[in-house]
Design a binder for this molecule. Structure first.
Ligand code: BYC
Length: 472
């Protein structure tokens, strides 16, 4: 079943909103609040227009349309992947039953919670990134920032649609709260820790889009397996958009590393700061920070919440369909990281309890691929130093490692030693101030900041020196 997107509507959608007047009116009531939030909390840099991608279809071929559009007039809409009428539940106690088109009463609270947590991250990231346009290293990068921002806004719409369409008055109240909480707010912060941290500079932005957006990829991947079909179809389409966000992170860090390595090679020195590049030590510290706060987003290593979600069919595993087991896991065991008698080790627990750990393991393996890429760039420039992922116990606030002091090498130490190491392992105020000092905007066509290599390709076949953004 293919449903096209109707751009004649006030809210573009492929869910036949016009056929449900009540829902349409409710969402049209939320729309001006979203736009007000966007004006207040969205990108601060004023632009005339930006070369943006807009979804025009959810099919495999040609789903996106590129054009210059004023950012405030971006057509945020509601797009679900096509419905498979024969879809069956793939795991848990309802495995083999038809996927749900409505929310079963007994799972209402849990499903709503998952949707709210997911929804909360989307506007949070826009808030975290709102000042970055003021220091963009090129028009190409500025365009990518806006692309990520408008799509995170659309992902908020995706979750708000589900709340309005399936969770009644409570869902509508939750949708309001998604605009009321703000990243870093002392009174009403965002729900998950990483979304209350500042994304204060472009190195942080690239690390965030590499590590934190990648958590998004994995969480959305598990929700795509959900028995609740509208959630599954929503996440399937979000994942398509998400790929570009990770591209921005992967190639962004590539380009920082490439520039640093080039300067090191050309000048035969590790001291690249006076030459306007970012030293590998600072890159490693940023990596350590963003990786570890992103690991916290997976929750505890053992989780009864995760077990209950799985058994109920609400949240599956990454690529559930490819797992060669019974998809119920009631008689299985799994090893999870643990601190046993003061030593780092593993502990066997029922597999159902270990699902956060399972997902985190998939994520870590994926993160390794980025590090290998960046190390190939270093090697290619004849630089001997290497980047690496720190031990998963380093700098953790959630799960078994929280409360322990663990070094990036995976050694348990006392608090004093850890605190003394902190400045070697995590960005200091001096590091951040230095990085910020490099963040001078470059808005001239085809030009780029000193600390970053240009991209290999432009967007949608356009060259790097294309006029991606018209400033006001
Ligand atoms: N911060 O049973 P546990 C994205 C709480 S990113 C604060 O281990 P569970 C994006 C937890 O709520 C993807 N609290 O946790 C990226 C629980 O509280 P209660 C976002 C935390 O539930 C970039 C208690 O600790 N999507 O899309 O198994 C840009 C016990 O925890 C945290 C999702 O996360 C934390 N980090 O797992 C834009 C998917 N971790 O119940 C977008 C939906 C745990 O005791 N969420 N707690 O009061 C979930 O699947 C799960 O809720 C979590 C936590 C994986 C987050």
């Amino acid at each position: 079943m293919t449903s096209s997107i109707d751009y004649g509507e006030r809210i573009p959608n492929n869910v036949d909103l016009a056929g449900d007047r009540r829902l349409q009116r409710a969402l049209e009531g939320w729309q001006p609040k979203f736009l007000r939030w966007w004006a207040e909390m969205g990108p601060t840099l004023a632009t005339h227009d930006v070369y943006l991608r807009t979804a025009v279809s959810v099919g495999r071929e040609g789903w996106a349309h590129f054009d210059h559009v004023p950012v405030n007039e971006y057509r945020w809409g509601i797009f679900l992947a096509d419905r498979d009428p024969g879809r069956q539940i793939g795991f848990g106690e309802h495995a083999g039953e038809p996927a749900w088109q409505q929310v079963p009463g007994e799972y209402r609270a849990d499903l709503q919670r998952l949707i709210v947590i997911q929804g909360d991250t989307e506007p949070a990231s826009v808030e975290q990134q709102r000042l970055l346009g003021l220091s963009a290293p090129s028009l190409y990068d500025l365009r990518n920032l806006f692309q990520v921002n408008v799509e995170e806004g659309r992902h908020l719409w995706a979750m708000v649609y589900l709340l309005h369409a399936y969770f009644g008055r409570e869902g509508r109240e939750q949708a309001e709260d998604l605009l009321r909480r703000n990243s870093g707010s002392p009174d009403s912060p965002r729900i998950l820790g990483a979304f209350n941290e500042e994304t204060a500079d472009w190195l942080a932005f690239f690390m965030f889009t590499y590590f934190t957006d990648r958590d998004g990829k994995y969480q959305l991947g598990t929700l795509k397996e959900s028995a609740f079909d509208p959630l599954s179809r929503t996440c399937e389409f979000m994942l398509k958009e998400e790929a570009h966000h990770m591209f921005v992170g992967t190639t962004g860090v590539d380009r920082v590393v490439e520039r640093t390595a080039t300067v090191m090679r050309e000048h035969g020195t590790d001291e690249v700061a006076p030459l306007g590049a970012i030293g590998l030590d600072i890159i490693q510290k940023y990596l350590n920070f963003h990786y570890t706060v992103s690991l916290d987003l997976f929750g505890g290593e053992t989780s009864t919440n995760a077990a209950n979600y799985y058994t109920a069919g609400l949240k599956g595993r990454w690529q559930e369909g490819r797992r060669a087991d019974d998809h119920k896991l009631t008689d299985h065991g799994a090893f999870v990281d643990a601190v046993v008698d003061g030593e780092l080790g593993q502990q066997e627990v029922p597999a159902l309890l270990a699902l956060n750990h399972d997902l985190r393991g998939q994520y870590i393996a994926d993160c390794e691929t980025g590090v290998s890429r960046w190390n190939r760039i270093l090697a290619g420039n004849g630089v001997g130093a290497r980047l690496r992922l720190p031990h998963p116990g380093f700098n953790r606030k959630v799960g078994v490692y929280a409360g322990h002091h663990i070094t990036p090498d995976g050694e348990i130490v006392d608090e004093d030693i850890w605190e003394r190491g902190r400045q070697r392992w995590l960005p200091t105020e001096v590091d951040r101030t230095f990085v910020r000092s490099l963040m001078r905007p470059v808005y001239e066509r085809g030009k780029i900041a000193s600390w970053l290599a240009p991209p290999r390709n432009g967007i949608n076949g356009k060259p790097f020196d294309y006029e991606y953004v018209h400033l006001t």
